[in-house]
Design a protein around this ligand. Structure first.
Ligand code: DP6
Length: 325
């Protein structure tokens, strides 16, 4: 028997940057995200016919580091689900740039745990799977859920995260335009970057202390479908996270020239009356969230920015799913 799981990346509007426990990968701050459609990780998982090692290929290639992280994730699943060891073979296909700040690992781990669970007869709840995915990569917990998602960081290290959909994708169908400014992998990964910020940024403690306010503001904006309020808080929270990154030692500069130009383009569009705001993660890609009616104008404007190499449009999508095949 084989299982085919599918999961989508998510984009945080109120960001996760910093851990309170690096070993259990517990976030220091809560976050709010939107799960996308169209950009998809499809992962086929089955029991190995021979060998005693979990295997993973991504788009037909084996990357030893990713394979090892997948094996750790499967081991954590077996412990939580009380499942006996049988080696797994996983094949992932990703239809968007990998490791360039587009949350491929978030969707990847959400697909892995979801597939593993269906293969083992469905032993865990969605929340338990989200916690396992989050242990592998913090933002992966959010890709287990669709639409607008809230991830609550625990008050202390003895408790797990909580995560749930706060508004379905259908209830407020926004568009997301992603402007890719390079297909190169980022120089400093999120895990390393976050620790660097926690240890060295003079703004880190303030960032953590103010996050609850930003989360509450974003959740209120989402509940009332208040685009302007969501735009204001999302851009502010994104720029604050980048202020923490920039003020780390050595400074984490994830942007390139096209990223900055795209920020100005988005703000220019807003001045012209388009409902759009930007957000940027640990990479140089810009994600513009907009009203579906504004999608074409936003996509055209971002495609016109020198240095933008690709523009992708998507909507909001569902959480991870899996079926036997
Ligand atoms: C900037 O989830 O990739 O995209 O838990 O170390 O794997 P690890 O980090 P990861 O960090 C995502 C950081 C971010 C902001 C966000 O998605 O909230």
């Amino acid at each position: 028997m084989q299982v085919l799981a599918s999961a989508h990346p998510n984009i945080a509007l109120v960001k996760y940057w910093g851990k309170q426990d690096a070993v259990r990968n517990l976030p220091a701050v809560s976050s709010v995200s939107i799960t996308l459609d169209r950009l998809t990780v499809r992962t086929r998982v089955g029991f190995a016919e021979h060998g005693d090692k979990d295997r993973l290929s991504i788009n037909g290639h084996v990357d030893p580091k990713s394979e090892q992280r997948a094996a750790q994730c499967f081991d954590a699943y077996r412990v939580s689900a009380d499942a006996p060891f049988r080696a797994l073979v996983a094949e992932s296909d990703i239809n968007f740039p990998v490791a360039a700040g587009l949350a491929s690992s978030a969707a990847g781990f959400a697909a892995l745990v979801t597939a593993a669970d269906v293969l083992h007869g469905g032993r865990l709840s969605r929340l338990e799977l989200a916690r396992l995915a989050g242990q592998a990569s913090g933002s992966a917990a959010r890709s287990m859920y669709g639409g607008f998602v809230y991830l609550a960081a625990p008050e202390n290290k003895n408790h797990p995260i909580n995560v749930n959909t706060v508004l379905s994708a259908d209830a407020w169908p926004l568009s997301v335009v992603i402007a890719v400014t390079t297909h190169e992998q980022k120089a400093v990964g999120s895990t390393e970057g976050m620790e660097q910020s926690r240890l060295t940024s003079p703004f880190y403690d303030t960032w953590v202390a103010n996050q609850a306010h930003d989360v509450d503001d974003a959740l209120a904006a989402i509940q009332s479908h208040d685009f302007e309020r969501l735009a204001t808080i999302s851009e502010h929270n994104c720029l604050k996270m980048h202020a923490v990154m920039l003020s780390s030692q050595p400074g984490l500069v994830y942007w390139n020239g096209a990223t900055v130009e795209a920020i100005h383009r988005v703000r220019g569009l807003r001045r012209l009356g388009h409902a759009v705001f930007f957000t940027i993660d640990a990479g140089p890609q810009i994600k513009a969230v907009c009203d579906p009616d504004d999608t074409n104008a936003v996509a055209d404007a971002l495609a016109d920015v020198p240095g933008v190499v690709e523009v992708m449009c998507c909507g909001l999508g569902p959480g991870a799913t899996a079926t036997q095949c």
